[in-house]
Ligand binder design. Structure first.
Ligand code: PEP
Length: 247
């Protein structure tokens, strides 16, 4: 089954309105040849979404959303607000949200449903800690996370899953190719068992210290349908260098 890859950038809490210049460079590099092969996406800080969404050829998304559509939730943004300014995706359940804000699998599933309600694609993140990996619990942990974080109405059109080992995020460390392949195979099995044939088509991204130098190896692995990229998505040359792995 061929699944169209997605290379997504998560800018985290980085960037100003002047970063539009870098974003525009990414959009320019996402040329017809690349667009024929892969989807690309940048998730900037929410305050930049409306400005960046003006660029038509490169979709944008948010890094988080509240489960409610509106209301008394000081400091939060809803999926509807993201859609209203032109966002197409929203990342939910990033480990920095799970760890920093105590988000549970149930919270993540509610946010995924909120994303769909607003017409957005949810990028649902899962991944094990270093302690869990060292204890040999990785497959059990990510299988439980994917089961509990994905609502029953998940489809290949409304959801992308990102496997991001917490210990690989922003550290320069990555699992071995065999380890990534093993986790992605287990995730695929779980998706197919639950969602049938459509589970074959749900995009499974790898995230955690992806760079131009390791992208070719990681993105060629079975059941790896793209990447979620943090630090290396901030510079057009690096982010496009990762996407080049598909050229
Ligand atoms: C991320 O935060 O989603 C991520 C993968 O970060 P980095 O690429 O910097 O490890």
């Amino acid at each position: 089954m061929t699944v169209r890859p997605l290379v997504a950038g998560n800018w985290k809490m980085n960037g100003t309105k002047e970063s539009y210049e870098e974003f525009a460079k990414i959009a320019a590099g996402y040329d017809a040849a690349l667009a024929e092969k892969i989807d690309m996406l940048v998730c900037p800080p929410a305050v930049l979404l409306a400005q960046f969404a003006e660029v038509e050829n490169l979709p944008v998304g948010a890094q988080n959303c509240h489960a409610a559509a509106s209301g008394a939730h000081t400091g939060d943004i809803s999926a509807e607000m993201v859609a209203n300014v032109g966002g197409k995706y929203v990342i939910v359940g990033h480990s920095e949200r799970r760890e920093g804000y105590g988000e549970t699998d149930a919270d993540v599933a509610a946010k995924a449903e909120a994303a769909w309600r607003a017409g957005l694609v949810a990028i649902v993140c899962i991944g094990e800690s270093l302690e869990q990996r060292e204890a040999g619990e990785t497959i059990a942990v990510v299988t439980e996370q994917i089961t509990k974080s994905l609502p029953d109405a998940t489809t290949s059109a409304n959801t992308v899953v990102a496997y991001e080992p917490i210990w690989a995020i922003g550290t320069g460390k990555t699992p071995t190719a065999d380890d990534v392949a093993e986790v992605h195979a287990a995730l695929r099995k779980s998706l197919v068992e639950r969602f049938g044939e459509d589970g074959e088509k749900i995009r499974l991204l790898y995230g955690g210290s992806v760079k131009p130098t390791n992208a070719s190896e990681l993105l060629a692995l079975p059941n790896v349908n793209g990447a979620l990229v943090g630090g290396a998505s901030l510079k057009a040359a690096d982010f496009l260098g990762i996407a080049e792995a598909y050229k």
